[in-house]
Design a protein around this ligand. Structure first.
Ligand code: UDP
Ligand code: UDP
Length: 481
């Protein structure tokens, strides 16, 4: 990372507390943000919850803290949650709700922070309703990090102003929702399915938290001009709505040094060495990387079709298989059982398959990787964008179709809409193979994705737009001291 930090606003030291919600999709961007804030000479305090849902989270927190000993850690102990009051079986959602309902206990922890006292709190978008009152009582400026796309944020900010939780279906003009200042309408089919389930934790959070946005001091989004030019312009100029707080496009967040796992730090080191060797031997741009992120498990049937499709594509591929939502439940030796011996033999001719955590940042930055079949978790999209790697979008749930629209609209990749949400149907190997081939062979996608990557580099370089955004943010915080 390079900065021309000499032009930062001068004055008292800015000390920021960061409070992520659960899951790698939240923790990772918070820690990347922490790293950027440290580079901009801020002090950082990290609020950590114990235990985490996944091993990946606890490993990442400890690597982060040992890389940055100057960061203060607040251990936040959660209250037990009465599961009969929660309409979800997803451990990540349950943890997020547990954090929300424990948030009032943060007050004494935050007010005891000294030398220097806190200038502000950046908390997770998932926590707004419960953290904001704490910040208000302490008179602490409260910003949020929105952990998805600017397009998703526009939808989040806008929808609850025009309808209620029980009436979402009423706002469509035919099949589309028109959002002020955004050209491409949002199709009904892209709405996160949980939003249409009235008493889901997601719908409840979405509606109650969104209406409090105007009380926040600001919203940070891991995005940048070039990937989401129109949405960011609409949000920053308040074309979407008058009373939005300032929006800071602080992306792209690139993977950091501390994310790299020591070669011998866990039992998968043999496989990660073999993987690195395998990739190093492949020609530039020849490999398709396929992963559905940290918390999406495909069914056994779909997994086998994916394997079949990758084999049929004729391209070399690196495939991360996941059949449990939480890594703690994954079992060694499952791989052959899930994929089957026959398919495994075919895979070995052209592919490399793993069933453990990989260093995705490193993989997407490897010159052998030319394409990415992705579920379009927002962090994955931004990581592909930074590296100019083209994407075949295969959204599975949540905000991912809205992010896939960004992938398609920005030129970063393509999306086969009729594959639907994950689990809606089993997409056949023949079709998967054909689309993978189409993505890999498309010269125009290759060039457009490269352009997005170049734009990302420009934004992130010293004196670029991202640095401007950090100066704006830190200036804003200093004015409130
Ligand atoms: N990730 C990784 N290795 C894996 C799986 C995921 O490094 O084996 C990282 C990925 O690079 C991204 C994050 O975990 O930074 C997942 O976040 P994303 O928003 O892409 O999807 P989610 O997992 O939240 O669905
Ligand atoms: N392989 C894989 N996943 C792994 C390890 C190996 O898919 O975690 C496959 C891959 O296709 C690789 C082949 O097995 O090219 C041979 O791997 P390696 O050279 O590491 O092992 P060995 O030759 O000893 O079986």
């Amino acid at each position: 990372m390079a900065f021309s930090g000499d032009k930062l606003p001068v004055g008292k030291e800015t000390h920021i507390a960061l409070f992520p919600s659960s899951g790698m999709g939240h923790l990772t961007p918070f820690l990347r943000l922490a790293s950027l804030l440290l580079h901009h000479h801020c002090r950082v305090t990290l609020i950590t919850t114990n235990p985490t849902v996944s091993h990946a989270e606890s490993r990442l927190v400890s690597r982060f803290l040992s890389s940055y000993p100057q960061v203060t850690q607040i251990h936040f102990n959660l209250l037990p949650l009465d599961l009969s009051t929660v309409n979800s079986t997803d451990p990540f959602w349950i943890q997020s709700e547990t954090i929300r309902r424990s948030a009032h206990l943060l007050s004494p922890l935050l007010s005891s922070v000294s030398s220097p006292p806190l200038s502000g709190l950046i908390s997770d978008v998932m926590l707004v309703s419960y953290v904001l009152p704490v910040a208000q009582t302490l008179r602490l400026p409260n910003y949020i990090l929105f952990t998805s796309s600017a397009r998703m944020f526009s939808f989040f900010a806008y929808l609850p102003t025009i309808t209620s939780i029980s009436n979402v279906g009423s706002v469509f003009d035919g099949e589309d929702l028109h959002i002020p200042g955004i050209n491409a309408p949002l199709p009904r089919s892209s709405i996160p399915p949980l939003l249409l389930i009235q008493n889901s934790l997601f719908a409840d959070m979405f509606f109650s938290d969104s209406l409090k946005l105007s009380k926040l001091d600001g919203v940070l989004i891991n995005s940048f001009k070039g990937l989401e030019t129109e949405s960011l312009e609409t949000l920053r100029s308040r074309k979407l709505m008058e009373d939005l707080p300032p929006v800071f496009a602080v992306g792209p967040f690139e993977p950091c040094e501390f994310e790299k796992e020591e070669e011998d730090s866990h039992s998968d080191s043999d496989s990660s060495t073999a993987l690195a060797k395998w990739l190093d031997e492949k020609p530039d741009g020849s490999v398709v990387y396929i992963s559905f992120g940290s918390r999406t498990a495909l069914s056994k049937d779909q997994t086998r079709e994916v394997g079949d499709g990758l084999v049929k594509s004729g391209f070399k591929f690196l495939w991360v298989v996941k059949n449990k939502r939480v890594d703690k439940e994954e079992k060694e030796g499952d791989l052959e059982e899930v994929i089957g011996e026959e398919l495994m033999e075919k895979i070995k001719e052209n592919g490399f398959v793993v069933k453990n955590w990989v260093d995705q940042g490193k993989i997407l930055g490897h010159k052998a990787v030319g394409g990415f079949v992705s579920h379009c978790g927002w962090n994955s999209v931004v990581e592909a964008a930074i590296n100019g790697v083209r994407v075949l979008a295969w959204p599975q749930h949540g905000d991912q179709k809205i992010n896939a629209e960004v992938v398609e609209g920005s030129g970063l990749g393509m999306w086969v809409r009729n594959w639907g949400w994950g689990g809606e149907k089993v997409v056949k190997g023949d079709e998967i193979g054909e689309k993978v081939r189409e993505m890999m062979e498309s010269q125009s996608l290759k060039l457009k994705a490269r352009d997005v990557g170049e734009e990302a580099m420009k934004v992130a370089e010293a004196g670029g737009n991202r640095e401007e955004m950090f100066k704006e943010l830190i200036g804003d915080l200093k004015r409130k001291l």
